[in-house]
Design a protein around this ligand. Structure first.
Ligand code: IVH
Length: 676
């Protein structure tokens, strides 16, 4: 290997790691995003030329292959415990008294930290290298989520200083509030249930099957404890972790007295809305490790720490009505219309009741006094009804779903065992209105100025019955609308014409196929890109998608069985054909994503590859992921469609079949050479 390349790679890695540390741990970036991207790009290119120099700790290697089994169990070296809670000053003083008594001293020092609303994980480092990450699980045994945790930039793949032996770092993985809101918005658009709080959303992201999907979620991490580092206090531990390049939360404070603890709690109770992550309290820890060891544990809780919980942001109000919203997929969602009330700094007038099961579980009825809260400080929800406050004799009927759609009067359909109730009328204006709204909106073709009022008017006049109809509107039709003068009609008309050229993923997302949001649209676009002609039209993409079987779709990276079936069903649903054909006729130019140049020039691009026998150089999963990343389709059985079989020692029937069919067979060394 050329020493110059080796030196440059080492230099690039060092600069990138320094930039990561400054950005993610110190929160003080020193280089611009573009400069950072340029370093990463150069490193990738060099590593592609010299694959023998790639190491697992390289900053380019965060997203790897999916684990071969679904999250293997991991037994924790020390159990992952939980904390006792205190809810007010008196309870905290009692905790402090117990600590003083047990230690037989009064000069106790505490460290106050924010209690992050996320998911507890354990990171194992061996001689300074990240080797395994696991969820808390039941406290004794968690799940191996190493591949997914590697994608989180605030988790270092190696320490910045030499440390020998094993170190277990513990902390909280969380989803920043903005990403939580974006995730929920996308799920709602796809007609999927939303996450009730950032913790559930973070847990969902950590347990994604494909690390690439986790990487897109923008998770972050704060460490708060560790075993295996030689420190005398919690304060020293936090500093030491930071020096090693592990991100810790900077909002902590040493507190000598109870009053200082109370001051910290009160301060953050007020300020917590300003943070970009959820926090539900303050963790108060006895500072000295020696004292912690003396205090020990009771049951599952340490005696040296407690969680001082913030009061939940709740308020009581009245349900004025239970409304029904009809969504894009026809699902009926009950929503509480509330007497306006202030919760955590915002006025709340509506709270979702999610579905009928939830309404019955809570037993909420029109007219009830209800306690509402902003879960994870974000979505308002009804916590409970004050059933005892119901006036005797006054009728609060149990809420039931209507039998007919409140918008179009069509029959409401419900299958036994399913949660959702749906409007069965394919032409329901609420459904089509929502679909058109989605189609022209930011998640779709992005036609500025086409709001709800305009969509409704166009529907009422019978100008649009289907999203694609928007592209067939004439200037005269627009001019004839209420409150539309020459200028505004011309404006909208021109914006519609400009929307005839859009990125492919955007057009796919605009279709509003069930279970298909941005991520899947992007995956589909990447898959379609190499198959499309020059200057492709939507009609070209549609033809390829219609030709694909559910199995073909499922073979796309990032697309699972349920999503594949949903796409297939949508594209072949008789009721969808008119709209799809009409959009194909609308002369929409789709701009395919730029697929990494390497895939196009790679010897594996578009090839169907089968691996068989044992591989020696890398794991099967690794080899398959590598082949896929170079544009290959990896399948499990040999057929006439197979282009290449990579056979290792022990290969049997597949190798034989390949020989019979005359399929090209190579050994592992030849395969490796092809990769270069
Ligand atoms: S210390 C022995 N510090 O709260 C347990 N925990 O019930 C030591 N948490 O699931 C935990 N922020 O994941 C500690 N600054 C912090 C924390 C924190 C959040 C979570 C933790 C655990 C729960 C404790």
């Amino acid at each position: 290997m050329p020493p110059a390349a080796q030196k440059r790679i080492a230099d690039l890695r060092e600069r990138i790691e320094k930039a990561n540390y400054e950005y993610h741990v110190l929160d003080q970036p020193t280089i611009a995003d573009e400069a950072y991207d340029a370093l990463i790009r150069e490193l990738r290119e060099l590593e592609e030329k010299h694959p023998e120099l790639v190491t697992p700790e390289s900053p380019t290697q965060r997203v790897g292959a999916a684990p071969s089994t679904r999250f293997a169990p991991v037994e924790h070296a020390r159990p992952m415990l939980s904390l006792s809670n205190v809810f007010d000053e008196a309870e905290f003083r009692a905790f402090d008294q117990r600590v003083r008594k047990a230690l037989g001293r009064d000069d106790i020092g505490y460290v106050c930290e924010l209690k992050i609303d996320g998911l507890a994980i354990n990171l194992t480092y061996q001689d300074g290298t990240f080797v395994q990450g696991a969820t808390r699980g039941d406290g004794t045994t968690g799940e191996d989520v190493t591949a997914n945790l590697r994608t989180i930039k605030s988790i270092p793949l190696s320490f910045r200083q030499k440390v020998s032996g094993r170190v277990d770092v513990r902390g909280e993985v969380y989803l920043p509030k903005k990403s939580f809101e974006a995730t929920n918005k996308e799920r709602a658009e796809r007609g999927e249930p939303t996450f009730a709080n950032p913790r559930n959303a973070a847990a969902g992201a950590v347990r994604q099957l494909d690390p690439a999907a986790t990487a897109k979620r923008n998770l972050a991490f704060f460490a708060y404890s560790a075993a295996g580092l030689d420190v005398a206090s919690q304060a020293q531990l936090l500093q030491r972790l930071r020096d090693l390049g592990v991100r810790t939360n900077t909002h902590w404070r040493a507190a000598k007295e109870v009053d200082a603890v109370l001051a910290f709690v009160n301060e953050w109770r007020q300020k917590r809305q300003e943070l970009d992550y959820g926090t539900d309290g303050v963790v108060v820890k006895v500072d000295r490790i020696e004292d912690q060891e003396k205090l020990g544990f009771v049951a599952n809780n340490p005696r040296w720490a407690t969680a001082f919980k913030f009061p939940a942001e709740q308020a009581t109000t009245t349900i004025e009505d239970i409304l029904i919203y009809v969504g894009r997929t026809g699902v009926l969602t009950p929503v509480a219309a509330l007497a306006p009330v202030l919760v955590g700094g915002t006025t709340v007038k509506r709270a979702t009741l999610h579905n009928l099961d939830e309404v019955h579980r809570l037993d909420v009825r029109k007219g009830d006094r209800v306690v509402i809260q902003r879960a994870g400080d974000v979505i308002p929800e009804v916590v409970r009804a004050e059933v005892d406050a119901r006036e005797k004799g006054k009728d609060f009927p149990v809420f039931e779903m209507p039998e007919t759609c409140p918008v179009c009067g069509g029959d409401v359909e419900h299958s036994e065992g399913e949660v959702a109730y749906r409007c069965g009328n394919p032409a329901c204006p609420a459904k089509t209105g929502q679909r058109i709204g989605h189609f022209v909106g930011r998640g779709g073709m992005d036609i500025e100025g086409m709001g709800w009022a305009l969509v409704t008017q166009l529907q009422e006049r019978g100008y649009v019955a289907d999203p694609a109809d928007v592209f067939f509107l004439s200037k005269e039709q627009l001019l004839g609308l209420d409150r539309f003068a020459e200028k505004s009609a011309t404006n909208i008309y021109e914006r519609i014409q400009a929307a005839r050229r859009r990125p492919l993923a955007r057009v796919l997302n605009a279709l509003g196929m069930p279970h298909v949001g941005w991520t899947t649209s992007e995956d589909l676009a990447k898959w379609l890109a190499p198959k499309l002609p020059d200057k492709p039209r939507f009609a070209d993409a549609l033809r390829l998608l219609r030709e694909a079987s559910a199995e073909d779709l499922q073979a796309i990276e990032g697309v699972g069985a349920i999503v594949a079936k949903s796409i297939y069903d949508h594209l072949h649903d008789p009721e969808e054909q008119r709209g799809l054909d009409r959009l194909a006729e609308a002369n929409i130019e789709v701009v395919p994503p730029v697929v990494r140049a390497i895939a196009a020039s790679s010897p594996l691009a578009g090839k169907t590859v089968v691996f068989t026998g044992n591989l020696e150089n890398r794991s099967r999963e690794d080899a398959e992921a590598l082949a896929k990343s170079l544009g290959a389709k990896v399948t499990g059985s040999v057929s006439a469609k197979t282009d290449l079989v990579v056979a290792g020692p022990g290969a049997g029937s597949k190798l034989e079949k390949a020989r019979q069919l005359g399929v090209k067979v190579v050994d592992e060394a030849t395969f490796e050479a092809m990769l270069r």
